[in-house]
Design a protein around this ligand. Sequence first.
Ligand code: MD3
Ligand code: FE
Length: 217
Amino acid sequence: MTASLFDAHRPQTEGIVPLGEGAAVLRGFAYMQGEALLAQVHAIADAAPFRHLVTPGGHTMSVAMNNCGALGWISDPRGYRYSPTDPLTGNPWPTMPEAFMALARRAAAELGFDDFVPDACLVNRYAPGAKLSMHQDRNERRDTQPIVSVSLGIPAMFRFGGQGRDVKPLDVPLFHGDVVVWGGPSRMNYHGIAPLKEASHPLTERYRFNLTFRTAR
Ligand code: MD3
Ligand code: FE
């Protein structure tokens, strides 16, 4: 199951797909590290189990989440926020693995963000049918720091909207190994994930994992 340059599952596309000023998909940027990244995801989940958070509106999210790094994104009936501890265990979140930090910094630098220092990594786990409704990410620093996301496992359709809720989203498929950098003006765009289609991946079975690196403090 080791990744290789000659791999029947490897998407044929490589290179940069621009999405707007300061935002682009880096196709296959994490492909060769997929297996190592997934091993770290499982180690994180041993200490901080995936869980379905409840929104302030009282809905249980279809995406299961956990975090690593100094701060973790959480939702509960009181609101959305970053917390230094896991409310399930009371412990600090697992440390962000060096390889996560290095990958996120290398990806950000590709778009010219040379001093990206993420202190939060939200890990999202999607099973077929899970989705993320259109939203903005408003709980972090929004000035100079981008957000970097890494897709692993089965594919998803990312829906990239505009600054207002009215803009019709652009649909961008994301595959195992794709990395996306969101900085500049598009940092505050509405976005979401369409309900995942039934699929299977040799390294994750029926799951998609997404690592989202942010600067929260
Ligand atoms: C574009 N996650 O966790 S990651 C989220 O694939 C989230 O799990 C999606 O949206 C996922 O909040 C998309 C990429 C992402 C993250 C933040 C963004 C794209 C963004 C902020 C602004 C614009
Ligand atoms: Fe988001």
